[in-house]
Design a protein around this ligand. Structure first.
Ligand SMILES: Nc1ncnc2c1ncn2[C@@H]1O[C@H](COP(=O)(O)OP(=O)(O)OP(=O)(O)O)[C@@H](O)[C@H]1O
Ligand SMILES: [Mg+2]
Length: 371
C-alpha cells in the first residue's frame, strides 16, 4: 500500500500541513528539531492508533491548542483508504476510517500497515526482554487486530489479579476470589502465547533467509519464543497447566504483589550459529540481526495481509555501515518509504530515481532545491 496525501492540523509543531507524497521514496531532510520525525509519527499513528514516542495525546497536540488532527489518504490493492484521527485533550481519540467514526483503537488497526525502523530498534537485540515483548506485541497488533483485543483484556485481568494479590497480603480472606482471575488470566494468556509462538516461528523462517544474505551465508539466525510457562500441545492443556503454574507460584506472587509468570514475562530468544547474541553478540551482529528482523517483518506483513507495509526509517541510515545500508535499500524495491535525515550525504547509497526530497524547516515542508 502507499499513502498519497497527508494532512496535519495542530499536530506537534505543525500548525497546518498538506503534503502530496511520492509512492516510492520520500526523504525529509533538515536540521534537528524542525519536524521531520513528527511527520513519521503522524503516519505511524494512523496505523497503530498511538505514537511510538509517547502515550500522552497532550504532548502531541500543538502547544496552546486543544485539538489536533491527522488525515491520510492511501491506496491499497482493493481501493482507497482514508484514515483520520482527532486528538482532543482529556478525551479519547476519535478515529475515522473511510468516513466511519469510532473511538475504539481496535477499529483503526488493520487499515494502514507500517513498519518503523529507528535507532532504538537497532538496540532491540541487546535491550531487555520488555523491549522485545513490545516489538512482538506491536507487530502482532498491527497485523492481527484480534491479538490487540486479547492483549488489552489480558492486561486488564492482570492488573485486577495484581491488585487482589496486594489485598491478600493484608487479608488472606480474599484468597477465595482469586480463582476467577486465574481462570481468566490463563484463558487469555493461552491465546496470546500460541499467537506469539506462531508469529515467532514465521518470523524466524523469514529473518533467517534475510540474515543469511546479509552475512554472505556465514551466519545462521534462529528465533525462539521463550515462554515463562512451558508450552503445551493445545489450548485446553495449556490453560490447565497455566492455572497449575499460577498456583505453584502463588506464595511468591503474593509476596511481591504481582504475577510472575505469563506472556507478560516471556522473551524472544535470538541465536546466531547457536550463540545467544542478546548477550554474546558483537555490536555488528546485533545490528545485522535487528535489520534482518525488520526486513522479515515487511515480508510477514505482506504474507499476512497481502499488502506491503509502508516503511518508516527514522534517522537510521547514518547508523548503518555502507554494506548494511546497501542491503536495506536493495530490499525496498516497491515499498513506499519515508526517510528522515539531517544530512543528505548520509543517504549517498540511496540512488533512487523515483523519489521526492522534502526540506523541513520549522514545521514548513517544501520541495528540496539544491543550493
Ligand atoms: N506539542 C507540541 N507543540 C509544539 N511543538 C512541538 C510539540 N511537540 C514537539 N514539538 C516541537 O517539535 C520539534 C521536534 O520535532 P521532530 O522530533 O520532528 O524533530 P526532527 O526534525 O526529527 O529533529 P531531529 O533531527 O533532532 O530528530 C521540536 O522543535 C519540538 O519543540
Ligand atoms: Mg527526528
Amino acid at each position: 500500500m502507499y499513502i498519497r496525501n497527508l494532512k496535519l492540523i495542530n499536530f506537534r509543531n505543525y500548525h497546518q500541513l498538506e503534503l502530496s507524497l511520492h509512492p516510492k521514496v520520500n526523504i525529509f531532510v533538515g536540521d534537528n528539531a524542525q519536524g521531520k520525525t513528527n511527520i513519521l509519527e503522524a503516519i505511524y499513528m494512523t496505523a497503530a492508533g498511538k505514537s511510538f514516542r509517547t502515550t500522552k495525546d497532550r504532548e502531541i497536540i500543538r502547544m496552546d491548542k486543544q485539538q489536533g488532527y491527522i488525515k491520510i489518504e492511501g491506496e491499497k490493492r482493493y481501493g482507497k483508504v482514508t484514515v483520520e484521527l482527532k486528538l482532543e485533550e482529556e478525551k479519547k481519540k476519535q478515529v475515522k476510517v473511510n468516513g466511519l467514526t469510532s473511538t475504539k483503537r481496535a477499529d483503526l488497526l488493520g487499515n494502514v500497515y507500517v513498519v518503523i525502523f529507528s535507532p532504538e530498534d537497532l538496540r532491540l537485540v541487546k535491550e531487555g526482554p520488555a523491549e522485545r515483548r513490545r516489538f512482538i506485541d506491536q507487530e502482532l497488533s498491527n497485523i492481527k487486530p484480534k491479538y490487540f483485543h486479547h492483549l488489552h483484556q489480558y492486561h486488564k485481568v492482570l492488573m485486577q489479579r495484581n491488585n487482589l494479590l496486594k489485598k491478600i497480603q493484608q487479608n488472606r480472606g480474599y484468597m477465595e476470589t482469586l480463582e476467577i482471575w486465574d481462570e481468566k488470566l490463563a484463558e487469555l494468556g493461552t491465546k496470546l502465547m500460541f499467537e506469539k509462538m506462531s508469529f515467532v516461528s514465521r518470523l524466524s523462517m523469514l529473518s533467517k533467509l534475510v540474515h543469511r544474505k546479509i552475512t554472505d551465508n556465514r551466519e545462521t539466525l534462529e528465533l525462539k519464543y521463550q515462554s515463562s510457562i512451558p508450552m503445551k500441545n493445545n489450548d485446553a492443556e495449556m490453560k490447565d497447566f497455566f492455572i497449575k503454574k499460577l498456583q505453584e507460584t502463588l506464595e511468591k506472587d503474593i509476596n511481591r504483589g504481582s504475577t510472575t509468570i505469563g506472556p507478560h514475562r516471556d522473551d524472544l530468544g535470538l541465536y546466531v550459529n547457536g550463540i545467544d547474541i542478546r548477550i554474546f553478540g558483537s555490536q555488528g551482529q546485533q545490528r545485522t540481526t535487528a535489520l534482518a528482523l525488520k526486513l522479515a517483518e515487511i515480508e510477514l506483513v505482506k504474507g499476512e495481509t497481502g499488502e506491503y507495509p509502508i516503511l518508516l526509517l527514522d534517522d537510521v541510515m547514518s547508523e548503518l555501515d555502507p554494506k548494511r545500508q546497501q542491503f536495506l535499500i536493495k530490499s525496498l524495491r516497491d515499498i513506499q518509504t519515508f526517510v528522515t535525515t539531517t544530512e543528505l550525504n548520509n543517504l549517498e547509497t540511496m540512488e533512487f530515481n523515483e523519489k521526492e526530497i522534502f526540506y523541513v524547516e520549522n514545521a514548513h515542508v517544501k520541495p528540496y532545491a539544491k543550493d
